[in-house]
Every structure is written in structure tokens, then in C-alpha cells.
Design a protein around this ligand. Structure first.
Ligand SMILES: Cc1ncc(COP(=O)(O)O)c(C=O)c1O
Length: 436
């Protein structure tokens, strides 16, 4: 039964009883959270302030604000950079929805740019063609924990007088030419949600080295006020503000996790490199690539199916086959998933061009000029969305090379069988399970 796929009754390659769930919790987390519970101020107190300081020190930023999500931090970036109603903001066509809905939150309009087929990131060579007279900023998503070619992007931004915002929500510790994500543009947003390499349940961090951007973002963060809650407040809304702050218990948990981050990062790097080396040459498998400029954090280790070699060309057939392969990997004990099956221009909120009713913000006079979300403009993003499978969490600390080796065996076992795999048979098994 060794080579029979687990989905058809074989033995799973990964011993899931040995895989530690993410995030690992120890006495450091327990002690910190308990301390926060006993603080007199559970809204914004010592842990919030300490977390911001520690994050700045760890990442190399001058200013940070702890938020209740990465999406909130992204919205703060836009406001800090002075983006306003009817402005255009460039963003990759393949990412998490809120990398672009954050633009709508300030009545600005996303302009999508297709991805590079090898990095899966916004293709820097397609940026200039997407710039319009209304473009104010570029959101560079350091997707899956891989930094884009920032020298190239910053040079284009400088030439066209655009701000550069990093969506570093997945990129804690990832580097570009030895410099950390979150220090590579004008400002950046991190997410600390459950799946992230640095996690505190839900949360995020806004960071910048620019005082003006910080001041603008800070107003949005806390009711439009100029003073921070720990300062002498006049409770006056100087600008449109939201309530994007976080609390002490979550901050304490984030501090505990940050204190262990270097171990998490190094473990994930080692596991990612192990997979890259040991999966090379696996049939029908396209591996991710780490460009010479980048230090990946392997937030997401992406497998792609080589459909050209398999001879499957029809998009619906590719998707069905990919979903069957992901199911096989899961039964081998891997945390495999399809991270994002829709490209953004294919999502209803953008297709309908209606966010706030009345067609806003696209109905702002003149704002929709040159805005075209036709799917044909994004062939690389579309192709990628059909053929990738993400392996997350299995490779996270404290799971080490023993688990990484089992993951390699599971992936090889599934990909070695692709030329005979019948997706209908896989779905029959899944259906039968549902009906049990
Ligand atoms: C690339 C990217 N951007 C933005 C976000 C939003 O972060 P959050 O869920 O903390 O709002 C996420 C994660 O969910 C993400 O992966």
C-alpha cells in the first residue's frame, strides 16, 4: 500500500499526529496574556506601546501603530500617502481581496496589473502602461512572503511621482537585497491574523519612516484625532477617522510571538529550502523560485501543476484537476489548499464597479476613464489561479526537517501519479465521505 494514494486507501505520507498546529503556544504566551488581563488599562496600555517599539526595533521602522487588522493598516497607508476620492492606485491582479478593497475604502479606484508568471507578483514591466493621470500610488504586495523587485518599482514610482505602499501582510521577515519587507517603500501594512507567520489571532501593524505619513495614518486609526489615546486627547475629529486600534491582550500575545519570531523564520526558511532542493525534478511539478534579490519567508510554499506537460489545456478541466490534486495532498497529511481561486478583476465588487452604492467610487466624474477590468488583460494571473496549490502551516515551526521530509514524500507520491490520476475518482471518494 506504500504507493497507493492515501485518498484511495494507502498510508498517508505525513504522520499528522506529529505535526504541531500553528501557532505553537508556550509559557511565554500564557504569561504575557495573563499579565495583560491584570493591567488596569486593557484598551491601550503598556503592551500596545511596547509592541510598537519592539516591532520598530525588529523591523527597522521609525513609526508603528498596532491595528485590529492588516486591512486597517493598508487603509491607513493610503490615507497617510494622501490618496483621495477618485484617485487611481495600482495593485496586482492576483492577491487577497483587501489588498484592493482598501483602496475603495477611501473612494479611490484600483487599477490592476498582471503578474509575472515566475514570481507570481505584480510584473514591474507592466506598471508604466497602467499609470493614468490620476494615479497616486502603487500597492506592492509581497505575496506569499516574496519581495518584488523594489529597486525597479521605486525607480518607476519616482519617475511618475507616485507613493509606494507595501502590502507586507504575508511578508514578516522577508527581505529584498538584505533589507526587510516593510522598509522598502513609503509605508507598509502587516497582518497578524491566525494564518500569518507572526500571529496574534487577529491584528496588524502600520509602519513607516516618514513622520507626515505617520501623522495622516494616525488620524484615520483613531477617530480622526491628532492625539494618540495615551496622550492628552481633545476628542476632536480633525479628519475622517475609523476605529482601527487593537487591545492589550492581543498586543501581549503578539509580543510573545514576536520574541520567538527569529526561530519561526529560520525554521520555515530551512524547511522551504529543503522542499526546493528535494522536490527538484518531480514530474509535472513546477516549483516556486527565489529571485537573486529575495529572501523568501515561505509563508506560502506554492506548487504548480505543469498542465502543458500533462496535456490539459481547457481552463475548467485544469481547475477540476488541480482541486483533485489538492484533495490528494490533504489526504497524504499535508495542509494543502487553493489559497485564492479568483483573480481580483473577476471578483463581483470590482466587476460591478459599485462599492458604496450609486456606482461609487467609479461614478465620481472622470474617475472611471481608462479603467478596464476585462479578464483578457490578466492572462498570467488567470493561469496561475488555475494551477497553483499552497502548502501552508505544515512547514511552520516547530515542525522541522523530519516533517519536511514527510511532506516531500507526500508531494512526490501524488505528483508521480498525475499521469494516471482520474479526478472523477477523487471526487467520488469525497462525495462518498460526505454521504457517510
Ligand atoms: C496579502 C494580504 N493582504 C491583506 C490581508 C489582510 O489582512 P487582515 O486579514 O489582517 O485584514 C491579508 C490577509 O488576510 C493578505 O494575505
Amino acid at each position: 500500500m506504500a504507493d497507493t494514494l492515501a485518498i484511495f486507501g494507502g498510508t498517508p505520507a505525513v504522520d499528522v499526529s506529529k505535526v504541531v498546529n500553528w501557532p505553537p503556544i508556550d509559557e511565554i504566551d500564557e504569561k504575557m496574556v495573563l499579565d495583560a488581563l491584570h493591567q488596569p488599562n486593557q484598551a491601550r496600555g503598556v503592551h500596545n506601546m511596547a509592541l510598537e517599539k519592539e516591532f520598530c526595533q525588529w523591523n527597522g521602522n521609525d513609526y508603528a501603530l498596532f491595528t485590529n487588522s492588516g486591512t486597517a493598516a493598508l487603509h491607513m497607508c493610503l490615507v497617510g500617502c494622501g490618496v483621495g476620492a477618485g484617485d487611481h492606485v495600482l495593485v496586482t491582479a492576483y492577491t487577497w481581496s483587501s489588498s484592493a478593497t482598501c483602496i475603495l475604502h477611501h473612494d479611490a479606484i484600483p487599477i490592476f496589473v498582471d503578474i509575472d508568471p515566475e514570481t507570481f507578483l505584480m510584473d514591474p514591466d507592466k506598471i508604466e502602461a497602467a499609470i493614468t493621470p490620476r494615479t497616486k500610488a502603487i500597492i506592492v504586495v509581497q505575496l506569499h512572503g516574496l519581495c518584488n523587485d523594489m529597486d525597479k518599482i521605486n525607480a518607476i514610482a519616482k519617475k511618475h511621482n507616485l507613493k509606494v505602499i507595501e502590502d507586507a501582510c504575508q511578508a514578516h521577515g522577508a527581505m529584498y537585497k538584505g533589507r526587510k519587507a516593510g522598509t522598502l517603500g513609503d509605508c507598509a501594512a502587516f497582518s497578524f491574523n491566525q494564518n500569518k507567520c507572526l500571529c496574534c489571532g487577529e491584528g496588524g501593524m502600520f509602519v513607516t519612516n516618514n513622520e507626515e505619513i505617520y501623522k495622516g495614518a494616525a488620524k484615520l486609526w483613531s477617530f480622526g484625532e491628532v492625539a494618540r489615546p495615551e496622550e492628552n486627547r481633545d476628542y476632536h475629529a480633525y479628519a475622517l477617522g475609523w476605529m482601527y486600534r487593537n487591545n492589550e491582550i492581543t498586543a501581549a500575545y503578539a509580543r510573545a510571538q514576536l520574541s520567538k519570531y527569529d526561530f519561526y523564520f529560520n525554521t520555515l526558511r530551512e524547511n522551504g529550502e529543503y522542499l526546493l532542493k528535494n522536490l527538484a525534478g518531480t514530474p509535472y511539478l513546477l516549483l516556486p523560485y527565489e529571485p537573486e534579490w529575495a529572501t523568501h519567508n515561505w509563508y506560502n510554499f506554492n506548487l504548480r501543476i505543469d498542465f502543458a506537460k500533462l496535456g490539459i489545456s481547457e481552463p475548467a478541466a485544469q481547475e477540476k484537476f488541480r482541486d483533485a490534486v489538492a484533495a490528494c495532498l490533504r489526504d497524504e497529511g499535508l495542509r494543502a489548499s487553493v489559497w485564492q481561486r479568483f483573480i481580483l478583476p473577476d471578483m463581483t465588487v470590482f466587476k460591478a464597479k459599485n462599492a458604496y452604492g450609486g456606482g461609487y467610487p467609479w461614478s465620481i466624474p472622470g474617475a472611471d476613464e481608462g479603467v478596464d477590468y476585462s479578464l483578457e488583460k490578466f492572462p498570467n494571473a488567470l493561469e496561475y489561479s488555475r494551477k497553483h496549490i499552497s502548502v501552508v502551516q505544515t512547514l511552520r515551526a516547530p515542525n522541522g526537517l523530519d516533517i519536511a521530509e514527510q511532506a516531500v514524500q507526500g508531494i512526490k507520491k501524488v505528483f508521480n501519479s498525475l499521469d494516471t490520476l482520474d479526478p472523477d475518482k477523487v471526487f467520488e471518494v469525497l462525495e462518498a465521505r460526505k454521504n457517510k
